[in-house]
Design a protein around this ligand. Structure first.
Ligand SMILES: NC(=O)c1ccc[n+]([C@@H]2O[C@H](COP(=O)([O-])OP(=O)(O)OC[C@H]3O[C@@H](n4cnc5c(N)ncnc54)[C@H](OP(=O)(O)O)[C@@H]3O)[C@@H](O)[C@H]2O)c1
Length: 311
């Protein structure tokens, strides 16, 4: 079979011929139809992951395909794959046949696009867990979402609206159509200029750095702020007296620790994606375009998730 291989950290991905994996207890063989190229894959590829897989390795934390052999699923079953060490501790999904722990697989509904089935898990479950389990957003609360043009941010906007929250979506450029639903207050704002006038009980922050430092000041006293990502900066400088006076709970989201909560939400999320209540943009690349996909997700202004699709 063909697989994308990484020989050194940060080296260009190359397609190589590899032996077909053989059936083993507790593992499933899946013919891959789609494999996501996400920020976590980029971190592992660059050598920045805490416990990386041994080199050379095949990346890919997420994907979707058709079961060839499994003790848990019938051959032909459409499945999504995610986690359990895939693409982090051992070879992942960027290949023709993935050899995955049974626990990494879940059933994909008939009719759901394979690329979407590959891309949904991280943004949908992260947004769901941030809102429902970490911030515990209630109907009528005001929720401010940063990075609302991104995959996690746009899902957080959609799911907060579903709860009945009043949603303020913070974007860098409001003149672009970000595909956000109607009923959302879209606010253009960048660090360095005066903070937006809007206030909220809950901040869902997907960018960190100065964005978080400033917008914490727009969370009402007693409110909650959930930190999901830190592309805008890895450190936070705060006035502690001001922070204490506002009494805002700053809550980090760690989806590796909360994977079980994410998995529990999957059937509800897939149902909403299948009937169009939830939308997630997907950009398709050929399997030999992994390098281009890795560069694309690092660019500001890209929309949706990158997915390698089989011919
Ligand atoms: N904590 C967890 O367990 C967890 C789980 C999933 C994801 N994440 C992290 O969450 C983050 C978002 O993921 P995603 O899939 O939504 O990424 P994405 O689709 O690439 O979106 C990134 C968003 O951040 C914005 N952004 C990037 N750099 C920025 C900056 N310097 N200042 C202001 N905004 C900036 C982008 O705005 P533009 O559109 O203007 O470029 C975009 O809205 C990533 O860092 C990811 O690693 C964490």
């Amino acid at each position: 079979m063909k697989a994308v291989r990484i020989a050194q950290w940060g080296a260009p991905p190359r397609i190589e011929e590899r032996p077909d994996p053989v059936p083993a207890p507790g593992r499933s063989l899946v013919r891959m139809q789609a494999a996501t190229v996400g920020h976590i894959d980029r971190t592992v590829w660059r050598g920045g992951f805490l416990r990386p897989p041994p080199l050379p390795y095949t990346p890919g934390v997420e994907g979707a395909g058709i079961v060839i052999h499994s003790e848990r699923f019938a051959p032909g079953q459409r499945v999504w794959l995610r986690g359990s060490g895939l693409g982090t501790q051992f070879d992942g999904t960027w290949c023709e046949i993935a050899d995955a722990p049974d626990a990494a697989l879940g059933e994909l509904p008939e009719g759901l696009d394979m690329a979407l089935g590959s891309a949904f898990f991280s943004p949908c479950t992260s947004a769901w867990v941030a809102l429902h389990e970490v911030a515990r957003v209630r109907e009528g609360e005001r929720v401010m979402v940063t990075g609302a043009s991104g995959a996690v941010g746009s899902l957080a906007v959609q799911l907060a609206l579903e709860i009945g929250a009043k949603v303020c979506a913070v974007v860098a450029d409001a003149s672009v159509d970000h595909g956000l639903p109607s009923g959302v207050d879209i606010v253009e704002w960048r660090p360095g200029v005066e903070a937006p006038s809007q206030e909220a009980e809950v901040l869902i922050d997907t960018v960190g750095g100065d964005v978080l430092a400033t917008l914490l000041g727009r969370v009402l006293p007693g409110g909650r702020a959930v930190l999901i990502g830190y592309t805008a900066g890895e450190t936070l400088s705060l006035s502690l007296p001001a922070f204490m006076q506002r009494d805002v709970s700053l809550l980090p989201l760690n989806m590796f620790r909360r994977e079980a909560q994410g998995r529990a939400a999957v059937p509800r999320l897939l149902e909403r994606l299948a009937d169009g209540r939830l939308r997630l943009a997907v950009q398709r690349f050929a399997f030999d375009e992994a390098a281009r996909a890795l560069a694309w997700i690092a660019q500001r202004g890209h929309r949706g998730r990158a997915v390698l699709v089989a011919d």
